[in-house]
Design a protein around this ligand. Structure first.
Ligand SMILES: Cc1ncc(COP(=O)(O)O)c(C=O)c1O
Length: 422
């Protein structure tokens, strides 16, 4: 392996450290929000790793990707296939379950998806040729409503691709039982739930495969990036093929390939995309995964502090309920304005904005209401009262994996002051 002197150099390291510290301070003084949705969590080690990849001319998918996949799979329980985003992870799962890529579901099969999720979760299934029925969420947990799932299973339903929204989890015991009884393929979008557990088991280990995102605001950051986790070797193999052109070089035994009349250096055995991550992203991942448990502890502490304020103001506000079975790895902190509150969600959002607290709707709100969804007859839905409620009454603010207690105290103070004035 080529050695990079740059990453060993004390002067370079000190320069990077100083520059990052200075720029972070600059960022903090110039930005509009004193409490933004997300804060940088990477440091000198991630940057040095990226530099090392660049100065040794090893930037495209190679050893660091393999190393990070191994670390991730060992920690969270399965085989991991890294890709360039969480959306790409959703896309590959959707294609890998399809008969056209060697999976079990025929095109046109109906898959159930919760109506409050990130749009690419939904588009992935449509792009892979499936029909999607949106199901309602429980407005208390923001996650799938098991009773609604049961009511919506038809003779055409072949699978369910749930999301663990904002790190919370629904009744996984009930859902896995139902999927077994009805012979449904279960998939999990864990892009907001790295580290969450149900009954002691990690999110992402209940179905055939799960997706994770490593975007800037997520639990673990690789700039852009994502990963698929599965316990099914054949599924992982299909994802590896789909990730890189359908090219067999990552998955085939060369001795077998050599018997083919195709030049084995360029042998394509499936259709595919190019959704490969870079070594720079994997280098970030390798450093970040070492810190992930500490990040999660900080997130827990910060969520508890915000929950305290919601309890104090429970006449007007609530947050999501986490059942005793769930160990929630908080992605963000939802605030639901009670319907009977004297102020609207919009008024609260404006107040937060004017006072330096960045907020967003609860993910995309009710996806059935988004203009893009209306373009696709493959997406069907009935009444979605839980999703409608969250669409109208919900927003979220950030949960940071750092201990900026003063910032958080200021957020709590502002929330309390706002509620007290009504
Ligand atoms: C639930 C969910 N699924 C998928 C994604 C897509 O991830 P990415 O932004 O890495 O493409 C996100 C992104 O925020 C998400 O929240």
């Amino acid at each position: 392996m080529i050695r990079s002197a740059i990453v060993q150099n004390k002067v370079v390291r000190a320069l990077i450290r100083r520059e990052m510290k200075f720029n972070l301070r600059e960022l903090n003084t110039k930005r509009k929000f004193f409490y933004p949705l997300a804060e940088p969590t990477y440091g000198e080690r991630e940057v040095l790793s990226a530099l090392n990849s660049m100065t040794t001319y090893s930037t495209t998918m190679w050893d660091k990707v393999k190393e990070f996949e191994k670390m991730f799979g060992d920690k969270y329980g399965g085989e991991a296939v890294m890709v360039n985003s969480g959306s790409s992870a959703d896309l590959l799962i959707s294609f890998a379950i399809s008969e056209k890529s060697g999976g079990s579901l025929p095109p046109g099969s109906e898959i159930l998806v919760p109506s409050v999720t990130w749009p690419t979760h939904l588009w992935s299934l449509i792009m892979a040729g499936f029909k999607v029925k949106l199901i309602d969420i429980d407005p208390n947990t923001l996650n799938f409503d098991l009773e609604h799932v049961k009511r919506n299973i038809s003779k055409d339903t072949r699978g369910i691709f749930i999301v663990h929204l904002l790190g919370n989890m629904g009744d996984m015991r009930g859902l896995t039982k139902l999927c077994k009884e009805k012979n449904l393929v279960l998939m999990e979008d864990c892009c907001e739930a790295l580290g969450s557990k149900f009954d002691g088991e990690y999110a992402g280990t209940f179905g055939i495969a799960s997706s994770f995102s490593f975007f800037f605001s997520h639990h673990l950051v690789t700039m852009e990036g994502g990963i698929i986790l599965t316990k099914d070797n054949d599924f992982a193999k299909r994802c590896r093929l789909l990730r890189a052109h359908g090219w067999d070089r990552e998955v085939s035994d060369p001795a077998v390939s050599a018997e083919s009349d195709i030049d084995t250096r360029y042998k394509f055995v499936a259709w595919g995309f190019n959704l490969r991550p870079t070594e720079l992203q994997a280098g970030f991942g390798i450093e970040q995964i070492k810190k992930i448990d500490q990040f999660q502890e900080f997130r827990d502490e910060n969520a508890a502090e915000l929950e305290g304020s919601i309890n104090r103001n429970s006449k007007f506000l609530s947050t999501m309920q986490v059942s005793n079975d769930v160990r929630c790895s908080w992605f963000a902190f939802p605030i639901i304005v009670n319907e009977k509150a004297p102020f609207s969600r919009k008024q609260l959002a404006n107040f937060l904005d004017q006072n330096g607290i960045e907020s967003r709707p609860v993910v995309a709100g009710n996806l059935a209401k988004q203009p893009a969804t209306k373009q696709f007859p493959e997406v069907t839905f009935g009444a979605l009262p839980g999703a409608d409620y969250i669409h109208q009454q919900g927003l979220y603010i950030g949960i940071h994996p750092t201990t900026k207690r003063n910032n958080l105290k200021k957020v709590v103070q502002l929330l309390n002051n706002y509620c007290d004035q009504w």
